[in-house]
Design a protein around this ligand. Sequence first.
Ligand SMILES: Cc1cc2nc3c(=O)[nH]c(=O)nc-3n(C[C@H](O)[C@H](O)[C@H](O)COP(=O)(O)OP(=O)(O)OC[C@H]3O[C@@H](n4cnc5c(N)ncnc54)[C@H](O)[C@@H]3O)c2cc1C
Length: 387
Amino acid sequence: MDFTLSDEQKMIFEYGRNLAADFGRDYWVKCAEQARFPTEMYRKVAADGFVGVMVPEAYGGAGLGMTEMALFNESLAEQGMPLLSLVVGATMGLSLIASFGTEAQKKQYLPPACAGETRFCFAITEPDAGTNSMRIATIAKPQADGTFRLNGTKVYITDAGESDYMVLVTRTTPLAEVKRKTDGFTLFIGPTKAKGIEMHPIPVGVKIPETQYQIFFDNVELTRDQVLGEVDRGFDILFHTLNPERILVGAICAGLGRHVLTRAVDYANERTVFKGPIGAYQALQHPLARAKTDIELAALMTYKAAWLFDRGEQCGPESNMAKLAGSEACIRATDAALQCFGGNGFTKEYGIFDLFGVARLMRTIPFNNEMIHNYIAEHVMGLPRSY
Ligand SMILES: Cc1cc2nc3c(=O)[nH]c(=O)nc-3n(C[C@H](O)[C@H](O)[C@H](O)COP(=O)(O)OP(=O)(O)OC[C@H]3O[C@@H](n4cnc5c(N)ncnc54)[C@H](O)[C@@H]3O)c2cc1C
């Protein structure tokens, strides 16, 4: 067993830290408050080669793996500046194209996206399907001339309004007509701006820079060369996004947890209301110590999941546990930190309560923790399916 990071991996972690320092947390907070995408920071990340961390060098990426992408996300979050767009666009979108796109698709879409000239979002969630993706009803109906007609609705699609393309999960055969419920899915690389597409921002209470959108598709034309993978076999591909999204949530939560704990410790060592600093009280110390332990345990499981992924090994159990452990630990860490800050924790100036919202979001997205528990109970432990 070797827990040592390579020099390159250390450099990537350091890069995230320096990038965050260069822009400053105030920049991220301002973007979040104004619901403005942090374009300048994203462009810098792209220019430095970090949007395409997992994209092969031949298509403009860095040709690295899940571990490096996780370390980069963890280091940004450790500075209190997580970017969801690096999860949904740079990882889920671009990696799928790199792994399953045709040569022509890889050449067309990947180099400009890695360079930050274009952005991708990832659209699966629907109002009437929610957690149960099998029920998605957005349909791309095959036409006699080989094209498809797309109709349906997606919700909560991060950064859709500002992205250029979306990796779009549709059905080409409705659920009622398939033998296995996983049949009939088709993924497309669709434009975000085309005739028949209407988008509306969904204001959310959580302070993050990326905006979420509801998208309506009304007879949008899609062509066969926009199909990612095979028609009606999209679920096989979709499966490959599940572990990366969970590993990255584990990484973001580990980083964010450390961020709030470090700030809480600094504050608790300074603030005196009775005799000594409030940090001397065990009532504050113990929740912080417990949260620190849980955060580091979650980080370890995240590294293990990423390491397995990079070796091409099965990593479903570890990825799900990393997401569960990371998100729950991050909630406990922000809650413990909030308590240390007293009234100041709730102010805009200190921003701890805002980060509590971000941490809490991670219990629900991209796959709620109830379903993660279900996965572990059923697939890891052999208990009966509950739903
Ligand atoms: C800020 C934000 C960003 C997002 N970004 C994206 C994105 O980029 N792309 C995208 O496609 N989607 C995105 N989503 C959607 C997100 O993935 C979904 O909201 C999430 O998967 C839950 O789906 P739902 O909201 O329909 O909840 P529902 O499916 O209605 O579930 C509600 C609750 O019911 C419980 N539940 C449901 N099923 C079970 C079960 N079988 N067992 C036990 N409990 C259960 C869970 O507690 C769940 O939280 C985003 C959402 C938010 C809020």
